[in-house]
Unconditional design. Structure first.
Length: 339
């Protein structure tokens, strides 16, 4: 969890020459390293503010490595961060105490085991969860101090990141918990953005056709059903953007060879898709063209996990290709053609 004091409202200014909107929005990103790497929230801020010069975007994130919306909700109680504008310190302390109780138990609670049975996904060992529980306790304490310092924030948008938890059931996995988060967000007056990542579709070598289309189609069907239920502000369907680029074969790669994470190209695509999804406009022609890896994993200063330059500047042809693919993917999903 990274803390930063930001404005707590949307500002609208009137001038004597007419009405001029000078907007300021606050966005909270919730997820794991697919949000943390390349500092995706800052990339989104950059592309939003280029396309909307009168818009100021304040971004923060709450992330736990390898974790999903279920664990954010039922284990780490990230709701305290979502409710930063209204929650009282005793409630935060209560959540911290509940996390400490789970830590002291030493074994996974029944609801944890039930989740994996319901989704059919491979369970994550409890020892891994315990490390994150310790971090969650620290984060709750930091949040209490933030409230004491009157550093509250009214979020305008909550970004819910999927990972490997989208299944063919709108009442299980990511979709089930996105509905829980959407309900909480509605109570707080926050709009939801669904950020649907695509680890299954990311190629580490050149391809002649899209990877794992059946998985993409299943996930998009579930997300379409989810969208009908919760009516999010927008959806960022990354797999469809990757499919658009892969479908005629491509030398572009979307993940590292030595690291399962999305690479700079994936991050650039995602940032452009956020803009296309949020504003229903293309980023074609924008100057935004640079992404830097934030976790080189010991491959040398200024290098990414594969030993390439951490900082990638996309040439005009590649930039335009990705911008077009991003916009077309979002439009296809919105038209119901992402299944």
């Amino acid at each position: 969890m990274r803390f930063k004091r930001v404005a707590s409202t949307v500002v609208v200014m009137l001038t004597v020459l007419g009405t001029v909107e000078a907007k300021e929005i606050n966005m909270l990103f919730m997820g794991n390293s697919f949000t943390f790497r390349h500092d995706l929230p800052q990339l989104v801020k950059q592309v939003f503010e280029e396309g909307q010069p009168d818009l100021t975007v304040n971004v923060e994130r709450i992330v736990y490595g390898g974790q999903d919306m279920f664990r954010h909700h039922d284990l780490y109680f990230s709701e305290t961060m979502v409710r930063l504008n209204t929650i009282a310190i005793p409630e935060v302390e209560e959540k911290a105490s509940a996390i400490e109780t789970m830590l002291a138990a030493g074994t996974s609670p029944a609801f944890y085991n039930t989740y994996w049975e319901k989704t059919g996904l491979k369970p994550v060992g409890w020892s891994i969860i315990q490390k994150n529980l310790k971090s969650a306790v620290k984060n709750q304490k930091k949040l209490s101090q933030r409230i004491k310092n009157n550093e509250r924030v009214k979020w305008d948008y909550l970004v819910l990141q999927s990972w490997k938890d989208v299944v063919a059931d709108v009442d299980a996995g990511y979709a089930e918990y996105a509905q829980k988060w959407a309900k909480l967000a509605e109570q707080e007056g926050i709009k939801v953005i669904l950020y649907v990542t695509a680890p299954h579709a990311q190629n580490q070598e050149p391809v002649t056709e899209p990877l794992e289309l059946a998985q993409t189609e299943m996930e998009m069907k579930t997300i379409q059903q989810l969208t009908e239920r919760i009516k999010p502000h927008c959806v960022v369907p990354v797999a469809l953007g990757i499919k658009n680029i892969q479908q005629n074969g491509t030398g572009l790669k979307f993940r590292y060879v030595n690291d399962m994470h999305p690479n700079q190209t994936s991050a650039f695509l995602a940032a452009n898709m956020f803009y296309a999804s949020f504003f229903k406009k293309s980023t074609e022609g924008f100057t935004f063209n640079t992404v830097t890896e934030t976790n080189p994993k010991g491959k040398g200063e200024g290098k990414d996990p594969d030993g390439g330059d951490a900082k990638v500047v996309f040439d005009d042809a590649t930039k335009t290709l990705i911008q077009k693919a991003a916009f077309e993917a979002v439009m296809a999903f919105n038209a119901g053609n992402g299944k």
